[in-house]
Design a protein around this ligand. Structure first.
Ligand code: SAM
Ligand code: SF4
Length: 335
């Protein structure tokens, strides 16, 4: 173990999110344009390089690793990578290995993910209506995702559903989604739509449905009990007293959570983003590729990057514009 990673604001960095591919089998309207140009395969870190990167972060104090994308389960041979990371769980250095997925490939992978040591997963699901699901994901099919959820639960994986709150789209599903999750013993987290990427004609301000409103509407039917702050995460949680369902809110816009940020994000090409809402990044790939047998330059590059972690993001819709917008797509950094 080397000295822990501490940023300039005295936040310890113990959580790494890694986007292992920019590709996806869906084209969600808030995430991707209909016709995306993806990175050439040669630009991607190989699975061995991803292993070396992640293992270096683990050695430097990262205890939680979340694999994301694009859709992580469409990366070829991704199980090899999960299986390799499980050695850090076995050694105790890594406390949690997890992923965020659209659920489309879970039927195929759930058992093997559990065998690799994954215990909890996040699945993104914005609607339970087949036609609306096809519309918001453009390419997705709801029944396939629902079968994926079943397979994951049968394999023993605990599921949290993430739903993006979209005005005029899933407002009417606030209670049905909560009930669906309660019946299946899944937590549910609502996410405010963020101004990421240039998606052509998408109307970001029009899509934005404040979670303050989501919460107020829930409170009309349920008694909400605030749960204590989670450590470092952006979500705030409540429990619905009547159903004991736990519901989270990720509110980058109506509530700023940066002061407790413990995470950084790496793209599939080895760029390290110190903040989801800022353009600054450090390219770790040269330190990795130019020194195939020596991790010291990579460690130094990581430490230097953490030394530049900004205090927070600048997203703001309050002037009826998507201020603070960043140009890259969410699929680049993995959300
Ligand atoms: N493909 C996987 C999935 O959908 O779960 C993992 C990657 S996806 C980029 C990660 C998360 O980012 C998803 O929950 C998705 O809903 C969310 N997301 C994508 N674009 C977003 C945006 N503009 N604002 C808020 N959340 C967004
Ligand atoms: Fe793919 Fe996830 Fe983006 Fe949807 S949100 S397009 S599933 S990466």
């Amino acid at each position: 173990m080397t000295a822990p990673l501490i940023d300039p604001f005295q936040r310890a960095i113990s959580y790494l999110r890694v986007s292992v591919t920019d590709r996806c089998d869906f084209r969600c309207v808030y995430c991707m344009a209909e016709n995306m140009t993806f990175l050439p395969k040669k630009d991607l870190l190989t699975l061995e390089e991803l292993d070396r990167m992640c293992s270096t972060f683990v050695r430097m104090g990262v205890e939680k690793l979340r694999i994301t994308g694009g859709e992580p389960l469409v990366r070829r041979d991704i199980l090899t990578f999960f299986n390799a990371m499980s050695r850090h769980l076995d050694s105790g250095a890594l406390k949690e290995l997890t992923l965020t997925t659209n659920g489309s490939q879970l039927e195929r992978f759930a058992k093997d993910l559990f065998a690799a040591g994954v215990r909890r997963i996040n699945v993104s699901l914005d609607t339970l209506d087949e036609e609306k699901f096809a519309r918001v994901t453009r390419w997705g099919r709801l029944p396939q995702v629902l079968r994926g959820l079943d397979a994951a639960q049968a394999a023993g994986l605990k599921i949290k559903i993430n739903a993006v709150a979209l005005k005029g789209f899933n407002e009417d599903e606030l209670f049905s989604l909560a009930q669906f999750c309660a019946e299946r013993d899944m937590d549910l987290t609502w996410i405010e739509v963020m101004p990421m990427g240039d998606l052509g004609n998408e109307d970001r301000v029009g899509q934005y449905w404040s979670l303050k409103d989501v919460r107020a509407r829930l409170a009309q039917q349920f008694t909400l009990r605030d749960l204590p702050e989670s450590t470092g995460g952006p979500a705030r949680y409540v429990r619905l007293e009547e159903s004991s369902q736990k519901i989270g809110f990720i509110t980058p816009l109506s509530h700023n959570f940066c002061e407790s940020c413990n995470r950084v994000r790496m793209t599939c090409t080895g760029e390290l983003y110190m903040c989801l809402g800022q353009e600054d990044m450090a390219d770790l790939r040269p330190a990795l590729r130019n020194h195939p047998k020596d991790d010291a330059p990579l460690e130094a590059a990581i430490r230097a990057a953490i030394g530049l972690k900004p205090q927070g993001h600048d997203f703001d819709y309050s002037r009826q514009r998507a201020d603070g917008q960043v140009s890259r797509h969410m699929s680049h950094t993995g959300g």
